[in-house]
Design a binder for this molecule. Structure first.
Ligand SMILES: [Zn+2]
Length: 213
């Protein structure tokens, strides 16, 4: 007779395996740990998962994570509203904030241009970025934008991948009509590299070494 996990453990392993970088073996290890009679941990983990998933939404301005309409970065009066940094995902904002090298505001794309994976500009927040920039460049931000955004520089901080480069080029082309300086972070990030995993020094050097495209 072949070995089978008890049904509820099998279900837990299946669910855990759906998480990024968790394979079947890691999922089984986590499940053993959770089921080792640690009921309080299992309960608090389950409730914090549901709480975070239900309360966290995307900022209406920059699409970073927030529990209010606007995120804490957009509503921070100390941020420089002339400098707008475009990243692929919320984790990249955390990485850049950890590095401390950027004091402007962000726009999170939630994806990159990747035709092979069925990701085009319309599957990401690229359209919202363009309307954000064109509103600001026409001065309309003065009337309807509580943040009073006036970006004069857009820093393209998508990853150093083929898709990240293609996305940066696409955005630079679309933004070329607007009176805004477009820069790309320097490639101190290794090729194929992900901002999320870069160390603080690399991120800072990469920001400082950004160049016009
Ligand atoms: Zn925001």
């Amino acid at each position: 007779m072949s070995f089978r996990y008890p049904p509820s453990m099998r279900h837990l392993i299946n669910e855990l395996s759906k998480l990024p970088s968790i394979g079947e073996k890691s999922a089984a290890r986590l499940a053993y740990h959770l089921l080792a009679k640690d009921i309080p941990l299992a309960r608090s983990l389950a409730s914090s998962l549901v709480e975070a998933a239900e309360n966290t939404k995307l900022c209406v301005h920059c699409f970073f994570l927030t529990e209010a309409d606007a995120c804490s970065l957009c509503t921070d009066g100390q941020r420089d509203r002339h400098s707008l940094c475009v990243v692929e995902k919320p984790a990249d904002v955390f990485a850049l904030e950890r590095s401390g090298g950027f004091r402007g505001v962000y726009h999170v794309l939630h994806g990159v241009w990747s035709p092979l994976k069925g990701m085009g500009p319309e599957q990401t927040k690229m359209g919202q970025l363009m309307s954000r920039l064109s509103r600001a460049s026409k001065g309309e931000a003065q009337q309807d934008d509580p943040l009073q955004e006036k970006p004069s520089e857009m820093i393209l901080a998508t990853g150093a991948t083929v898709e990240g480069d293609a996305t940066a080029l696409y955005l630079a082309n679309v933004a070329s009509e607007l009176e805004i300086s477009v820069t790309r972070i320097a490639q101190g990030i290794p090729k194929g590299g992900d901002l999320e995993y870069a160390d603080e020094l690399t991120l800072n050097l990469s920001l400082e070494g950004r160049r016009k495209i």
